[in-house]
Design a protein around this ligand. Structure first.
Ligand code: NOJ
Length: 573
């Protein structure tokens, strides 16, 4: 690992919120960049940091407050960079440390903050520590940094317990020494190339404190923390069979707080780690943040990650997983606000990311599709593209009117659907391989995004190269096809973000009104009143709003109603 630099770089931009005490992240709209698929400056078909820098003006124009970049660190790319071989450098695929600095400075000069991904649950098997551990003897300090155990059964030929990997198959792999003799097993909650660290080991703790400081010194504004619910495992590593259809990233698939806790998710011990990190961030000026990727239920439990002395934000996955139903959305919005405000934190809202089916497709699925399964050519439940887009636009318009922080995933502002018909041979997600092609996995939401309808690779890469093939019918989704076009999804997002900022909706509070119909959500946030119609029938405008100005419409409403699957914002005095 490269040593942490002590040279402090440019400070992040000053907070722009007028309200005293309103830290920027309480209301920010944070745009997720998946570097592999955002913009490719060197033409090799893989997005890169210089590509990101070159497109920052487009993001500024969109009106976001911060970007979060998925991993760009040296990595064998077995899990698209979530298998990190060096936490303090940049993979040549994406550029150099200088490119990170240039990108960060360019973002800051536009008032955009920069959050990077931290992957502390596991490293790559190419990380020097893991290589040293493999070469060392059982019981050595090198092995103690990871989760090595003897196998069960007479020859130690059975895995130490019955845990399954999130990506399918067993969560343990047996080592083989240089002479070909089978040895101990190591734990990997994800791919076999992603060995789990042992977080009871002080070396591990100290290494990650150094990693935080390395990037904070370079001027990043915070970290999205991967698998923030997984670092600590229960003593004795007891066998565990997840109940029912638990989401693959964790949670129990239930809101029942008495459900049995998985011995590898959401253990109390993780909180000490985040308290320590909170202190590290506090050494720096400028409101740095930690955002937890913690797939835990119920929301009251997730809120433990954002107590005042831990992290600042946690992704609201229960919201992401809520179906397009008025009653269920209202329930989850209320629960979210209650659970997070009980610990003094803002709720976050998120509909898409690089691990789930894009919401322009997901919201039109008619059957349950557990996280990580994905959809592909043989999926019987093929989403209707028009219904999906209408619902996605309505859902995003609803989300952007809510108080708290919001996360967008690159391409959703273009209304991009999931790429369903990727050829088998193009797929790269380890899930696809570890389940013998039973689950498609997440490649369909990771296809490089379209910028220019008429350019090679839709402007993603000047050479036309693209690490995952782009569908032939994406020209209408390209930014160039939507910019300045009234009614386009891009314009809908830009306007929503502008109104959100102008009226400080992120710092507001909602007040519900009774629409007399469960499928219609009706609430006010300051001067904006929102009516979202989740049904397949048009709804009438509540009488009290009949004279109000329509500030935003997710669908054309020529006769002045609230069309099916649409959201309207009214400006009320
Ligand atoms: C969550 C990340 O979002 C996902 O992409 C990754 O595969 C796993 N964590 C393992 O790091």
């Amino acid at each position: 690992m490269t040593q942490a630099s002590s040279a402090a770089r440019d400070a992040p931009p000053p907070t722009t919120d007028a309200t005293v005490g309103a830290e920027w992240w309480r209301s920010a709209v944070i745009y997720q960049i998946y570097p592999r698929s955002f913009a490719d400056a060197n033409g090799d078909g893989m997005g890169d940091l210089a590509g990101i820098t070159s497109r920052l003006d487009a993001l500024k124009q969109l009106g976001i407050d911060a970007i979060w970049l998925s991993p760009f660190f040296p990595s064998p790319q077995k899990d698209a960079g979530y298998d990190v071989a060096d936490y303090c450098d940049v993979d040549p695929l994406f550029g150099t440390l200088t490119d990170v600095d240039e990108m960060t400075d360019a973002a800051h000069s536009r008032g955009i903050r920069v959050i990077i991904d931290l992957v502390p649950n596991h490293s790559s098997d190419r990380h020097p520590w893991f290589q040293q551990a493999l070469a060392a003897a059982p019981g050595s300090f090198e092995r103690d940094r990871y989760m090595f155990r003897d196998g069960r059964g007479p020859d130690g030929a059975e895995a130490p317990n019955n845990w399954e990997s999130v990506f399918g198959g067993p969560a343990w792999t047996r080592t083989v020494d240089a002479q070909g003799t089978p040895g101990q097993w190591y734990l990997h909650l994800f791919d076999s190339s992603q060995p789990d660290f042992d977080w009871s080991n002080p070396d591990v703790r100290s290494m990650f404190r150094d990693v935080l400081r390395f990037w904070l010194d370079r001027g990043v504004d915070g970290f999205r923390v991967d698998v923030a619910h997984g670092l600590v495992k229960a003593d004795g590593l007891p066998d565990f069979t997840p109940p029912g259809s638990a989401g693959s990233m964790g949670g129990q698939g239930t809101t029942d707080s008495t459900a049995v806790l998985a011995p590898y998710w959401g253990q109390d011990g993780v909180h000490d780690i985040y308290r320590e990190w909170n202190q590290v961030l506090a050494e720096y000026d400028g409101q740095r943040v930690l955002c937890a990727e913690a797939w835990v239920d119920p929301l009251q439990k997730m809120a433990l990650w954002v107590r005042p002395d831990e992290m600042q934000q946690a992704f609201n996955f229960p919201y992401l997983e809520t179906p397009w139903s008025g009653a269920e959305l209202r329930r989850i919005i209320d629960e979210s606000i209650a659970a997070f405000s009980a610990v003094g934190a803002p709720s976050t809202w998120v509909l898409s990311n690089h691990d789930v089916v894009r919401h322009a497709s997901r919201l039109a699925l008619t059957q349950e599709n557990p996280q990580g399964h994905g959809i592909g050519p043989e999926t019987a439940d093929r989403p209707n593209i028009d219904i999906g887009l209408a619902r996605a636009r309505a859902a995003s318009a609803l989300m952007l009117a809510l108080p708290g922080g919001a996360y967008l995933y690159q391409g959703e502002e273009l209304g991009l659907p999931e790429a369903i018909d990727l050829p088998d041979e193009a797929r790269q997600d380890p899930t696809w391989f570890r389940t013998n092609h039973e689950r498609y996995g997440r490649d369909g939401c990771r296809v490089p995004i379209p910028w220019d309808a008429d350019a090679p690779a839709y402007g993603f890469s000047a050479t036309g190269a693209s690490w995952l093939p782009q569908p032939d019918d994406w020209a209408p989704y390209a930014r160039s096809s939507q910019l300045g076009v009234a009614g386009s999804t891009l314009e809908l997002y830009s306007r929503a973000l502008w109104l959100r900022k102008t009226h400080q909706l992120g710092l507001g509070a909602i007040e519900w009104h009774d629409a007399g119909d469960d499928s219609v959500l009706w609430f006010s946030n300051g001067p904006i009143t929102v009516v979202a119609n989740t049904s397949d029938q048009d709804a009438v405008v509540p009488t009290s709003l009949s004279e109000a100005t329509r500030a935003l419409e997710s669908a054309p409403a020529p006769d002045g109603g609230i069309p099916a699957d649409s959201t309207v914002w009214f400006l009320t005095p």
